[in-house]
Design a protein around this ligand. Sequence first.
Ligand code: UDP
Length: 323
Amino acid sequence: MNILVTGGAGYIGSVCVEELLNAGHRVTVFDNLTEGHRSAVDARAQFVPGCLSDAILVKQTLQDAKADAILHFAANALVGESMTNPAKYFRNNVASGLNLLDAAVECGTRKIVFSSTCATYGPPDRVPMTEDLPQRPINPYGESKLMFEKILQWYQQIHGLEFVAFRYFNAAGASEKFGEHHRIETHLIPNVLKVALGQTAQCEIYGMDYPTPDGTCIRDYIHIRDLAQAHLLGLATGRTGFYNLGNGDGYSVRQVIETCERITGKKIPAVEKPRRPGDPPRLVAAADKALRELGWQPKFPKLDDIVATAWEWHQQHPDGYPD
Ligand code: UDP
């Protein structure tokens, strides 16, 4: 298939592009490089620099790519930042995303696969979390993704644009070529590994007083390559709807730090900090629907393997991407 990948220079997008190309698809990456990196775009893909706010360029790119489907990763995705700058999240994730959907309708694109998030649920009534739980986001990031989920449903109903929306839990790990490099790193695993690399003296734990066994937040970490595989499965004609992507195992911040210490063989000091606004205490997926309906089979469900691949990549790229 011909596939347009927005945000294909970002962390999750770059690995998905690699897997799409490995599977024989033709890929055009559309990315404004505010978060992404030019050198994270697989050399086999076409690259078009541009922003989703540019409706004319979006449509032109979709036409030129002769896209049968779109994988839509381009977005801002930081819970903490969204609590201080909500407009950025609603403008970029919702308003600019509409340009993509309208172009898809105009160009007759059959399908869109959308990166949604477990942050659309807010603090869940129960874990593991199934797709039918109420969605009550507690930060503008989650709200912006929920708004786009709703827009997708209307576009499918009214315009016949098929969608699959994946609600990611915590993407982590790396492929051999591509890994996690944010210019300002806020994510737990890369920040902890920076200590192991000797780049920072200590990592930080945001909140020790959550209602969890060790008082730190619990998350469900999923390997980036497993996430990518789900997207390939989601492209199949007729597949539509919402799917959680996680492993069903929750690890606390403390447990993640311990795992990183074990895998790297380094001591990783941690300091206790106040809670980060917008963080739910515990998010763990029930991904049975993706397993059952898409035939998804995670290959790297263990946190040890996830951290080991991240550690490998960070050792190879201690300063991340050059650009
Ligand atoms: N976290 C932390 N220290 C850090 C980065 C993150 O304690 O340096 C915590 C954060 O508060 C959350 C969990 O680790 O409870 C995962 O955060 P991350 O930013 O990696 O992903 P998120 O769950 O926000 O998507």
